[in-house]
Design a protein around this ligand. Structure first.
Ligand SMILES: O=C[C@H](O)[C@H](O)[C@H](O)COP(=O)(O)O
Length: 231
């Protein structure tokens, strides 16, 4: 196992210890969240779980976790999920695996949102990882043109690429498409998030700003707890 994988395992297991019997739990998506799902399943608690992707739903079902519909709950006690980048004040880029929309819907109703990651994801400034932006398929090229204008207005001129699966566009669990924006540096994630959200044709974007309540970061030999300085 690589060092990064060991760190993912450690944070996944540490996060599983935060879960209590009877809780409604949001299950994240990706190679880090997978460790959490496995560790929480191994605890054999009585839980109701809301998965953030079809992939996670399959994994959780295989492990014997009880799944419930998102609309069957008003609140989720705790959600644990990975990230592509963790910046200052727990601002995140998510969606490298294409699950950003369901992840954000689940995070939005969670009392506690715990982001877990290996040490390489912790950055001084967001933006090296391409920012995923989910759009409706109808007229997506015209939506992409509006996104380019928004990025330009935020001082970002890097390429914006339609995510592909080989020769065809990648389709999300929600039947949408994803554009990845090479931002380089995002100086003001809150403003960019608001501008993207207001763009016609954009369903959601991968900036999770002010959403994570805490973080668990893998380092060599220990799990470091990250907190937010602003509420
Ligand atoms: O769409 C995918 C999710 O946002 C993932 O949580 C994120 O991409 C991190 O994935 P991983 O833990 O595999 O690096």
């Amino acid at each position: 196992m690589t060092d990064a994988e060991r760190q993912k395992q450690a944070v996944g297991q540490a996060a599983a210890e935060l879960v209590r019997n009877g809780m409604v739990v949001g299950l994240g998506t990706g190679s880090t969240a997978k460790w959490f799902v496995e560790a929480v399943a191994a605890r054999k608690l009585d839980l109701s779980c809301v998965p953030t992707s079809v992939e996670t739903a399959h994994l959780a079902t295989r492990l014997g976790l009880r799944l419930i519909e998102m609309d069957a709950v008003e609140r989720i006690d705790i959600t644990v999920d990975g990230a592509d980048e963790i910046g200052p004040d727990l601002a995140l880029i998510k969606g490298g695996g294409g699950a950003l929309l369901r992840e954000k819907l689940v995070w939005a109703v969670s009392d506690r949102c715990v982001v877990i990651a290996d040490g390489s994801k912790h950055v001084a400034r967001l933006g090296a990882f391409p920012l995923p932006i989910e759009v409706v398929p109808f007229g997506h090229r015209t939506t992409a043109a509006r996104i380019r204008d928004v990025l330009h207005a935020s001082g970002i001129d890097g390429p914006l690429r339609l995510r592909m699966d080989g020769s065809v566009p990648r389709v999300t669990d929600n039947g949408n498409l994803i554009y990845d924006a090479q931002c380089g540096a995002i100086d003001d994630p809150g403003t960019l998030a608001a501008r993207l959200k207001a763009t016609t044709g954009v369903v959601e974007h991968g900036i999770f700003f002010g959403m994570a309540t805490e973080g668990l970061l893998g380092t060599d030999g220990e799990v470091r707890r990250l907190t937010r300085s602003r509420p």
